[in-house]
Design a protein around this ligand. Structure first.
Ligand code: ARG
Length: 444
């Protein structure tokens, strides 16, 4: 029973939040006249002393005391004697743990937000460096149209910006204090719930007492935001894995963020990227774990809910590591822009530009222009040359409405430069996006 019942091995991680919650509760009990001022002061000093011990010696896995809440109360009694027993007046571990866990998740959100900001900065800096470096853009992982590396990196910047906004929404929604809901029904003591909420940095107290102790939406919201963020990191990691492969050769991973092989001396393996991709799966597993734990529970508290913490802690640790590793990889990778350009030029990536030229300059309906361009690609493929190397006679044989001016759009640089529509890959637009992103970061 002791082993299955205890949560101290993992919930001791919330000891700071538990002390802060108890301090706020004790101060409120004193102010409301539920405790004498002298007792409230004794408890406050005692809690400080317990916190000092935890800080210095760590928190022991005392299974007999079950959880961090019982352990702290026992430690407090060792310091101040029976007065310690007055701290739990008008409180239950149910509203206590709900409060501690909210405080912990709120801190986690703030940490993740800052770390993602650093990743955005890294992406912006590398995009700025390569705002006009041409690379093949892909659909179906087939060379599609040329884009710039800066544009590609800024796509990830935008995804990370959405992740940050999801975490910020989560924080705004969850910032209500359940302390004072007691076990499930509220309490007959004249509490001041606004006071404890304010002391703990919440925007105010939660309303319904049953919901207050049984709600774990804040933890699920965190895990869902973490899942989506991990999914984005995993896609970027996958790009690095592909780009670092020899057939692509788009990126040389730094020594710092890659490993050698124990048998093949030439290898530089993108282990960190692969682990970011792997960790995303585990983070998604954590989100599933808590969803399944919660889905069958009637109101109000059930002990199943003690299992809420391990998946959140695990997901947070994996996410924090993944963000740090991804930031390091982005900052230190060497982008092989010569190789990117060569491949962009070899894949007939300007075929759409030829079709668009026929539409614009010769009034050809797009579908017909598509067929004409298909024949030009075939001719270039047969000759083993790029579209822009096809002689004008060959192009004219394919369709006599084509003239010399077409060469202006057949180079990859011309193609990229022409895509000036809002959000397009033209370096002019990419630099605007970078400037806007930099201004947004500076204004935070
Ligand atoms: N260790 C418990 C948890 O983490 C604290 C709440 C226990 N409450 C109770 N009524 N048994 O959920």
């Amino acid at each position: 029973m002791r082993e299955i019942n205890a949560s101290i091995p993992f919930d001791k991680r919330m000891w700071r939040q538990d002390i802060a919650g108890s301090q706020a509760h004790a101060a409120m009990l004193g102010k409301a006249g539920i405790l004498s001022t002298a007792d409230a002061t004794t408890i406050a000093d005692g809690l400080d002393a317990v916190a000092k011990d935890y800080e210095r010696d760590g928190v022991p896995d005392d299974l007999a005391l079950e959880d961090i809440h019982m352990l702290t109360e026992a430690r407090l009694a060792e310091k101040i004697g029976p007065v310690a027993g007055r701290l739990h007046t008008a409180r239950s571990r149910n509203d206590q743990v709900a409060t501690d866990f909210r405080l912990w998740v709120r801190d986690a959100i703030d940490q993740v937000g800052a770390a993602l900001g650093a990743l955005q900065d890294a992406l912006i800096a590398r995009a700025d460096e390569h705002a006009d470096a041409v690379m093949p853009g892909f659909t179906h992982l087939q060379s599609a149209q040329p884009v710039t590396l800066g544009h590609h990196l800024m796509a990830y910047h935008d995804m990370i910006a959405r992740d940050r906004s999801r975490f910020a929404d989560n924080r705004a929604r969850m910032n209500r204090c359940p302390l004072g809901a007691a076990a499930l029904a509220g309490t007959s003591f004249p509490l001041d719930r606004d006071m404890t909420a304010k002391a703990l940095g919440f925007d105010g107290p939660t309303s319904n007492s049953l919901d207050s102790v049984s709600d774990r939406d804040f933890a699920l919201d965190y895990l869902m935001a973490a899942t989506q963020c991990a999914l984005h990191l995993s896609r970027l990691a996958e790009e690095f894995v592909i780009w670092a492969s020899q057939p692509f050769g788009f990126v040389a991973m730094s020594d710092q963020w890659s490993t050698g092989s124990s048998i093949m001396p030439q290898k530089r393996n993108p282990d960190a990227a692969e682990l970011v991709r792997g960790h995303a799966g585990r983070i998604m597993g954590c989100m599933t774990a808590l969803s399944v734990t919660m889905k069958g529970l009637p109101l109000a508290y059930s002990k199943d809910m003690q299992d809420d913490k391990p998946p959140v802690f695990e997901a947070h640790d994996l996410l924090a590591l993944s963000i740090a590793a991804m930031t390091g990889m982005v900052e230190t990778a060497t982008f092989r822009t010569d190789r990117m350009r060569a491949l962009a030029e070899s894949g007939f990536a300007t075929a759409t530009d030829l079709a668009d030229w026929l539409v614009r300059e010769a009034g050809v309906p797009f579908r017909e222009a598509h067929h004409i361009t298909g024949r030009a690609v075939k001719a270039a493929e047969d000759a083993g040359i790029g579209l822009d190397a096809l002689p004008i006679e060959t192009l004219k044989q394919i369709d006599d409405r084509i003239d010399e001016r077409v060469y202006d759009v057949l180079s990859v640089d011309a193609s990229v430069a022409s895509r000036t529509s809002l959000g397009g890959t033209s370096p002019v637009r990419v630099r605007e996006a970078i400037a806007a992103a930099m201004a947004a970061r500076a204004g935070e």
